[in-house]
Ligand binder design. Structure first.
Ligand SMILES: Nc1ncnc2c1ncn2[C@@H]1O[C@H](COP(=O)(O)OP(=O)(O)OP(=O)(O)O)[C@@H](O)[C@H]1O
Length: 437
């Protein structure tokens, strides 16, 4: 079984009123299962950010309770709480006068880790978000692209290994292609780490792509539907949800199938510096006319023809002709898009940390479209409503909570979650002053 390092979050009958106005979030009860990614979507001003920030108490609820892994955190010291919760905002929120390495190592340093441990952790996290530590560790944020800064923001939020990650429109400020890459990387990071991620977005397609669960909010933090992307697309709960999804619901189902779910073809691949004659021999054996060129970290950098290789002594990068690359966590929608934009009928597929997996072709995608099922599996939905009713909670041994309304699976996840929730720290600490409501 995969280890879940995230924590269960329960908002219990939570209300937030700003002054005398109608409540921004009204009597919201919401369960966020451990180790899952839950997306908050809804129209502007419906209370997504308010709800998110009540979880780490950057915004204090007017009433109600917040329970994390069975522990009521509503009245605990807010700074202490935020040290246990990673927080990622748009553009990464990096400190401009600190290097990338120092930004990532900020919280470990505050926790007085020794220098070597901080350096090791920083490099490990930069690798995790696909930034070569040798190249980026000593750069300053302004020397990075928007997408790279955002990756550093994610690395920093993970530095002290918090069980919960709150992400507030983290990819809102980057171009669509970078956004796609960042989304795919987050999927890879989450597949390795199994954090509990709460993610606010304006973009329904992003919610479909990243979410295990999606909460569709209406004004006042009212939950219109809480379900898996498949459930919501196949069975929108009401007109509001239908309107929100928009007209392309059928096409959006393409966004539910990942590259890794379809047939990825193997194609010969050789690393820069390998003996060219041996490579040609392999190609002859396989009966192919072109091969993928990989860098020393197994990442595809382009392709060469057999004829080009015949003129080389070792496989070189110089002649490698670029071609589109998609992650195996990309949706078929994105993969097709990438190939069409590049004018190519195939693309290299990469896995974790950008390593080469094989190739996907337009033909494969078209074939897969025929097999997309419109009938989602039955799964039990976590608790989520605005009636103010609180699920019956029983606190058992070791502060483990169980829900009378809940299914066995969630309760098991809670019990299995032995992550030392109390020992973590918040990498976003230094910028939270400006975020405080
Ligand atoms: N500090 C504040 N003072 C007064 N009202 C506020 C404050 N912050 C938010 N609000 C109001 O609370 C409601 C919910 O705001 P919130 O930022 O949570 O919405 P949102 O769904 O995240 O919106 P968006 O998608 O536009 O970011 C809005 O009506 C907003 O005007």
């Amino acid at each position: 079984m995969t280890e879940i390092t995230g924590a269960t979050i329960l908002l219990e009958n939570v209300t937030k009123s700003y002054g005398a106005k109608k409540a921004a979030v009204n009597q919201l009860t919401l369960e966020i299962p451990a180790g899952k990614t839950v997306m908050f979507v809804g129209p502007s001003g419906c209370g997504k950010t308010t709800t998110l920030k009540m979880i780490n108490r950057l915004i204090e609820p007017t009433s109600g309770r917040i329970v994390i892994n069975g522990e009521d955190v509503t009245t605990m010291n807010g700074d202490e709480l935020r040290r246990r919760i990673g927080y990622v905002i748009q553009a990464g929120g990096l400190l401009p006068h600190l290097t990338v390495g120092a930004n990532v190592g900020l919280v470990p340093k505050m926790l007085k880790w020794d220098k070597q441990r901080i350096a090791d952790r920083t490099d490990e996290l930069l690798e995790l978000v696909s930034l070569d530590p040798e190249i980026y560790r000593d750069r300053y944020p302004k020397e990075l692209s928007g997408g790279q800064q955002q990756r550093v923001g994610v690395a920093r939020a993970l530095a002290a290994d918090p069980p919960v990650l709150l992400m507030d429109e983290p990819f809102g400020a980057v171009d669509p292609i970078t956004r796609q890459r960042l989304q795919e990387e987050l999927i890879h990071v989450q597949a390795e780490l199994h954090k509990t991620i709460v993610f606010v977005t304006h973009d329904f397609d992003e919610a479909v792509k990243l979410g295990d669960w999606i909460v569709i909010f209406n004004e006042g933090g009212k939950i219109e539907q809480y379900g898996t992307p498949e459930q919501i697309l196949a069975h929108p709960a009401n007109e509001f949800v239908e309107d929100f999804i928009g007209s392309g619901a059928g096409l959006k189902q393409l966004g539910l199938t990942r590259v890794r779910d379809v047939d990825i073809r193997q194609a010969p691949a050789f690393t820069v510096g390998e003996d060219a004659a041996t490579a040609v021999a392999h190609m002859n054996e396989a009966g192919v006319l072109r091969a993928i060129v990989l860098d020393s970290r197994d990442r595809p950098i382009g392709w060469v023809t057999r004829r080009q290789l015949e003129r080389m002594t070792t496989v070189g990068a110089a002649h490698a002709r670029q071609f589109p690359v998609v992650s195996d966590s990309a949706t078929l929608d994105d993969a097709l898009d990438t190939m069409l934009v590049a004018g190519s009928s195939d693309a290299a597929v990469t896995g974790s940390r950008g390593a080469y997996q094989g190739i996907i072709t337009v033909q494969t995608v078209i074939k897969a479209i025929d097999h997309i099922s419109a009938d989602p599996e039955e799964v039990s939905t976590p608790v989520g409503h605005n009636t103010g009713a609180i699920p019956k909670l029983a606190t058992g041994e070791n502060g483990v909570i169980s829900y009378a309304m809940d299914e066995e699976e969630t309760a098991t996840e809670v019990e299995n979650d032995s992550a030392p929730w109390a020992e973590h720290s918040d990498p976003a600490e230094t910028h939270r002053g400006s975020e405080r409501a």
